[in-house]
Design a protein around this ligand. Structure first.
Ligand code: WQD
Length: 337
């Protein structure tokens, strides 16, 4: 299939590009480089062994997007492009609604014009809000607690309405839990600009000596060791979830929601210990106050994806940490070179 990936040069987009290309799909990358770099395209060529067509553009540029869809005879789109920092979304809500919601509207218009009706959307477990029960299944009520989450929820609702029209749209909405890790080659991974907000990239920089210690945001939650619990999922497993969703959409029309998680939660201190083991480096930490807006614990009920998509996460926490460390070591070497 000819598949366009918006945000295809980013962290999850680039890993999905590898999985789709290796399965024999024709992949086209569409990215504005707002949170990614051109180097990734070269590294993708090294991993895949051939060049992927690439269009530099913003998803809000409907004409450009329509042109790309037509030129490359695109049948399906995986929509990764979007802003994703919770804290930043509180400070700049307009930018978030513009990029994320207007970006999605622009994409739908371009797809409608170009006649592409198959879409896989990157959503987030953040749309579940405060747990009314755990694990989160897809039927759990949704309620976002910050502008970032609200943009995801607005888009989901919009896509659901579009899928109900008579135009035979095929739309899968994938709710990611906490994606971590990197491709086994160590050539692509997550490289947040500035000081990382998320736990795993922060821990990786402490292990490499770039940051002095981790601040553990709260050790008084009602969890086994008092620290926050999340469902971390290896980014390559996550990427394979997109392949499974695209296969599923060949047979099914309408709107379909799937959690992509492992179903298993790990605490902050369990992550610290696993990363110490993988890197063979100490990770000094200090307990700090809770971070505003954080939840104590959440994790996925992954059964729907298993039974309907025939997909499940396979990689262990050790593999997540080891691949992350391999990538971090490469980043540290490149910074010195
Ligand atoms: C994990 C745990 C922290 C940093 C966020 C978004 C969510 C989704 C994934 C996109 C928590 C603790 C963290 C640190 C710490 N993104 N922590 N010290 O908050 O679960 O989810 O990313 O969709 O929408 O909210 O991930 O990695 O930031 O935090 O103690 O320096 O690590 O308190 O318990 P989170 P995270």
């Amino acid at each position: 299939m000819n598949i366009l990936l918006t945000g295809g040069v980013g962290y999850i987009g680039s890993h999905t590009a590898v999985v789709l290309a290796e399965t024999g799909h024709e992949v086209v990358l569409y990215d504005n480089f707002s949170n990614s770099s051109t180097d990734v395209i070269h590294r993708l060529t090294t991993i895949i062994g051939s060049d992927l067509p690439f269009v530099q553009g913003d998803v809000r540029d409907t004409a450009r997007l329509t042109h790309a869809l037509r030129t490359h005879h695109i049948e399906a789109v995986v929509h990764f492009a979007g802003l994703k920092a919770v804290g930043e979304s509180v400070i700049q809500p307009i930018a978030y609604y513009d990029n994320n919601v207007n970006g999605a509207i622009s994409l739908l218009q371009a797809m409608q014009t170009a006649g592409a009706r198959t879409l896989v959307f990157s959503s987030s477990a953040t749309v579940y809000g405060d747990p009314q029960y755990l694990p989160f299944d897809e039927a759990h009520p949704t309620s976002a607690i910050n502008p970032y989450g609200r943009t995801k929820l607005h888009i989901e609702q919009m896509l659901c309405d579009v899928a109900r029209t008579a135009d035979h749209w095929r739309i899968a909405c994938l709710r990611y839990f906490n994606p971590v890790g990197a491709h086994e080659s160590g050539l692509i991974g997550e490289n947040p600009k500035g000081i990382p907000n998320n736990l795993m990239p922060y821990v990786a920089r402490v292990a490499s000596g770039q940051l002095p210690h981790l601040e553990v945001f709260g050790a008084d939650y009602s969890t086994a060791d008092g620290t926050g619990v999340r469902d971390y999922i290896h980014v390559v497993d996550l990427a394979k979830g997109h392949l499974a969703a695209l296969d599923f959409l060949r047979k099914e029309i309408g709107w379909h929601v799937f959690n992509l998680g492992t179903g298993r939660g790990y605490s902050v201190l369990e992550i610290v210990r696993a990363f110490e083991l993988a890197s063979n480096r100490p990770i000094p930490y200090r307990v700090a106050p809770r971070r505003m807006g954080d939840l104590a614990a959440y994790y996925a009920e992954p059964n729907r994806a298993k039974t309907v998509l025939n997909w499940q996460a396979e990689r262990t926490l050790q593999e997540m940490c080891a691949s992350m460390w391999r990538w971090q070591e490469r980043l540290s070497r490149t910074a010195v070179d």
